[in-house]
Ligand binder design. Structure first.
Ligand code: SF4
Ligand code: ZN
Ligand code: ZN
Length: 308
């Protein structure tokens, strides 16, 4: 490949099809960190004195995010960073990921906090899966895992006095979720997802997604170039068939028409903006069982656990 189009000095190793840039490793790494900084500024994700908890699963996205935020933290001298991990209790998978997450935190000098499903709910995900199988319930392990993890992250973030949770969703995740919501006809979810949910709601730690404008393959490349260790095996319960179809379709489109994912992301942003203008009423209250913030009387997590 030719010379890097950014520095003009070193050999390029990567062609960024959507922008036409050819980048050397150094300029590529810098471009990712620059992009994350720009995303944080554009969506006003962080304030100068935030205590940011990185939701660290141990996968490539969250570990990369931690590494990037440790570098960016220097721009926010009064902010502090920690990492929070939810151990769902998936034998042979999450236990390894938790170990990798801890190793990364130790190497970076970041404090690490862990909460488990067992501690919070009384069951590991493995135990829940066994119960739903025995009871022949239609929900997938991911439906339980997603809802219960969301609550666990919020509980742990509050416990460690975090003022923001940094989620590691990349551009591909965000675009897939948008398409899924369209396919499920769930317009309100389009409003609630998005790069930054910064509304001040007591009891709910705001979530931000600093990687939301970075392509998944570029996050993976960043992790590889930085020699970051992460969990590579897929979860044994991974089953989201429709999301996989959407992922494959989007990858094919991106290959043929570079920039497609960004265009869809921008469209989602415009639609979200229009929904927000209408100021939809969302009636939030405390769950009657656990006290977490929810839209109904009982939160989704407690409902699922009751049905067990
Ligand atoms: Fe949980 Fe499903 Fe992800 Fe596995 S694939 S960690 S079950 S959400
Ligand atoms: Zn260069
Ligand atoms: Zn509840």
């Amino acid at each position: 490949m030719a010379k890097c189009t950014s520095c003009g000095v070193r050999e390029a190793f990567y062609f960024r099809a959507y922008s036409g840039e050819k980048l050397c490793t150094k300029c590529f790494i810098e471009s990712i960190e620059r992009k994350v900084r720009a995303t944080i500024a554009k969506y006003k994700m962080l304030s100068f004195d935030d205590r940011v908890a990185v939701a660290l699963s141990g996968g490539k996205d969250s570990v990369s995010l931690l590494h990037i935020l440790v570098r960016i933290e220097k721009d926010f001298p009064r902010a502090s960073l920690c990492a929070i991990t939810v151990d769902e209790g998936i034998e042979g998978y999450r236990d390894e990921a938790v170990k990798i997450a801890s190793e990364n935190c130790r190497a970076l000098g970041v404090e690490h906090h862990i909460i488990s499903f067992k501690e919070l709910y009384g069951y590991t995900l493995d135990e829940i899966v066994k119960r739903i199988k025995d009871a022949k319930r239609g929900l997938t392990p991911c439906s339980y895992c997603g809802v219960l993890r969301r609550k666990a992250l919020n509980v742990l973030a509050r416990r460690v006095s975090a003022t923001k949770i940094a989620m590691a969703n990349n551009l591909d995740d965000e675009v897939q979720t948008f398409m899924l919501n369209i396919m499920h006809g769930d317009v309100m979810r389009i409003f609630r997802s998005g790069p930054a949910f910064n509304e001040e709601i007591e009891g709910l730690v705001p979530r931000v997604k600093p990687l939301c404008e970075v392509l998944e393959r570029e996050v993976a490349l960043y992790a590889y170039l930085k020699g970051v260790r992460f969990q590579e095996n897929p979860c044994p319960y991974a089953s989201e068939a429709l999301r996989n179809d959407i992922r494959n379709m989007l990858n094919r489109l991106e290959e043929k028409h570079p920039g497609t994912k960004y265009t869809i992301f921008r469209s989602a942003e415009k639609i979200r903006g229009k929904i927000i203008e209408k100021k939809p009423e969302v009636n939030l209250r405390r769950c009657k069982i656990c006290g977490e913030i929810t839209v109904g009387d009982i939160c989704q997590a407690c409902k699922l656990l009751q049905d067990l």
